[in-house]
Write a protein that binds this ligand. Structure first.
Ligand code: ADP
Length: 357
């Protein structure tokens, strides 16, 4: 079957090229004959019909043979330098279509192919790598969401079962009902964060830039945590520059401050201290949130801006590892910078730098 296919291919090829050769050979032979007869007339040379017919046959055959040789050479060249790299790229693309993102195409030797093919191969490999990481992110994301949802659901289920017990005291009933509402709140918080992050990542939120007093916004956000710091006896220190205006999306920025403040209070034990400072240069606004909390290891520090990453599992009930991912995304959208310095057991300091206009 394979042999038959090959023979059919060769016949097709011959058929395709043979008509072309015959046509070219015919034209060249006619031209040569015209040239010979013009030469014969002008130089008065006597040529017999037989001479002319031999010359025509020779020219015709010569053209056929030479074209055949050059076509074979050209076919081999095309096979090696064009068809081979194209086949490699097509095979790899087919693997990607079937979900194998690990496939990569080897660059061709510079002598064997056109440099442009290597550019295409280079782009193809980058695309495969990018698709692979998007796929990993997607599967990780689904796994993380499912995992994060399972915990509050299990808690709510348990409290729901307990609530069904007959003869519950009023105190127990309130406690179990609170367990259910806490679980529901946790899930609602997570969903809100996921939706926010999703909208931010898909750029469905375009910054609504207005001019506002950043110091005022920081104070307003901080005051929302007044009962938290009073309850846990955390000392607050502020050094906030006054009357400094920035041009930015106020609502998006408030997410940044709320997340940084809530983390600072969450990870700082009673009796600790949270410091908020805001300074401004001509072009930049710099906000620093420092705490004397549990701090983090350098390894944790490397991952805190990843979605669902939680370094400190003792506080995992109060969060879902999405806060700092959201903060980072907002800062990126504003072309700002965020950095963290932290020492385990001593505290952390987050610095956000954004442009003022
Ligand atoms: P969550 O607070 O919900 O766990 P985040 O995205 O806000 O999620 O934070 C990710 C991780 O970064 C936290 O689990 C914690 O390990 C670390 N982290 C963030 N802020 C602080 C802080 N102020 N002090 C110590 N660790 C922190």
């Amino acid at each position: 079957m394979k042999k038959q296919n090959r023979i059919r291919k060769i016949l097709k090829w011959l058929n395709h090229y043979f008509i072309f050769f015959l046509f070219i050979a015919f034209i060249i032979t006619c031209c040569t004959m015209l040239f010979v007869s013009a030469l014969r007339n002008s130089l008065n040379i006597t040529l017999t019909e037989e001479n002319i017919s031999t010359a025509a046959k020779l020219t015709f055959l010569n053209v056929i043979l030479l074209s055949l040789v050059f076509t074979v050479i050209d076919t081999v060249r095309r096979k090696l330098t064009v068809e081979r790299p194209i086949k490699k790229i097509t095979d790899a693309a087919e693997k990607i279509v079937h979900g194998d993102f690990s496939v990569r195409v080897k660059p061709q030797s510079r002598f064997a192919t056109d440099e442009n093919f290597n550019n295409v191969i280079d782009c193809f490999n980058k695309m495969a790598e990018e698709l692979g990481s998007v796929e990993t992110l997607r599967t990780d994301f689904i796994a993380n969401v499912s995992h994060e949802m399972k915990t509050p659901l299990a808690v709510m289920q348990n409290y729901g079962t307990l609530l069904q017990m007959p003869g519950l005291s009023e105190e127990k009933r309130i406690e179990y009902a609170k367990g259910v509402t806490d679980g529901a709140r946790r899930m609602a918080d997570m969903m809100t964060n996921i939706l926010k992050l999703n909208r931010l990542e898909n750029q469905q939120i375009y910054p609504q830039v207005t001019e506002f007093d950043l110091g005022e916004q920081l104070c307003e956000c901080l005051l929302q945590y007044e009962n938290v710091w009073e309850k846990s006896g955390i000392e607050i220190e502020t050094d906030i520059a006054e009357n400094i205006k920035v041009k930015a999306d106020a609502e998006l920025l408030s997410h940044v401050w709320n997340n940084l403040f809530s983390n600072a209070f969450k990870f700082t034990p009673p009796g600790g201290k949270v410091t908020v400072s805001f300074t401004a240069t001509e072009h930049h606004a710099i906000v620093k949130v420092t705490d004397t909390g549990c701090g983090m290891t350098p390894e944790t520090g490397k991952h805190i801006f990843e979605k669902f990453y939680q370094g400190d599992t003792s506080h995992s009930v109060q969060g879902n590892g999405l806060g700092l991912a959201l903060v980072k995304r907002v800062v990126d959208i504003m072309h700002g910078e965020i950095s963290v310095e932290s020492t385990l057991g001593k505290g952390s300091s987050f610095t956000v730098k954004i442009g003022r206009c």
